[in-house]
Design a binder for this molecule. Structure first.
Ligand code: GLY
Length: 253
């Protein structure tokens, strides 16, 4: 069970953040705030005390707080985000996490985005991506191992982060896009394989007994209903335009 979430309100210039998504309409700030508010409510409904940090206009992606740290029951490992425009976002998170956890830090030339790190019990999958390099993954893995955890790396081909394609939905089950099903690191788990037209819904977030899912993915919703969890569907149109997902907007611990 987790009890807290750290989040950050998006800044007015959030649409200047990094994105590869081609959209006919630019991302809308008013709508983004509405969707972010609904997300905060969902975290509260899942039983979390939600901490909301101030916007950081100098970092338009800074509301994607998940990339700045990996938080376990023992430690908060502060990352070095892999994108140049995001390096430095991690500094302002440290005092808030230090209230709850011992702090450790990734060192250069290591880079890690928290979006590449998936915890399942005491095992950590660390995606090697354009944002997380081998050096960063190795540093993170060794830190986590020092606290009694295990870890494996997984190559991330398409998609921004590992958690853009694979997430844990409880009951020893992974929600995966079809290109990850055969990965040897993911064997030993049951898998719910996403319909190829609904790959974005891989970014579904399990919080305690609640599953936060993006709205508009009916096939995936049906598949996930079999788990018997409380499902909360959230609009994510503006988030998606910025290559974001539900896991990215909070640190849960
Ligand atoms: N816009 C999210 C990211 O690229 O990091």
């Amino acid at each position: 069970m987790v009890s807290h979430a750290i989040t950050r309100k998006p800044c007015e210039n959030f649409a200047r953040g990094l994105t590869t998504t081609v959209s006919s309409e630019p991302a809308d700030y008013g709508l983004m705030l509405k969707q972010h508010d609904a997300y905060l409510e969902a975290l509260s409904a899942a039983g979390l005390e939600v901490i909301v940090l101030d916007p950081q206009p100098e970092y338009p992606d800074a509301h994607f707080v998940e990339d700045t740290a990996v938080v376990t029951s023992d430690v908060a490992v502060i990352t070095i985000p892999g994108a140049d425009t995001r390096k430095g976002e991690e500094e302002s998170i440290i005092p808030f996490l230090a209230e709850f956890r011992k702090i450790e830090r990734i060192q250069p030339p290591g880079t890690v985005d928290g979006g590449d790190v998936l915890q399942v019990g005491n095992h950590f999958f660390i995606g090697i991506s354009e944002r997380t390099n081998q050096e960063g993954a190795g540093q993170l893995g060794r830190i986590l191992q020092g606290y009694g955890n295990t870890w494996t790396t997984v190559a991330v081909g398409a998609g921004l982060h590992f958690k853009s394609s694979v997430n844990y939905v409880g009951q020893n089950t992974l929600l995966v896009t079809s290109d990850f099903t055969a990965r040897e690191q993911l064997q030993g788990y049951d898998q719910i394989v996403l319909d190829s037209a609904e790959a974005y819904a891989a970014n579904t977030l399990l919080v305690n007994e609640h599953l936060l899912i993006p709205a508009g993915y009916p096939v995936t919703r049906k598949q996930l209903e079999t788990l018997g969890l409380n499902m909360i569907e959230l609009e994510v149109s503006e988030l998606r335009k910025m290559d974001g997902g539900l896991t990215c907007m909070s640190l849960r611990f």
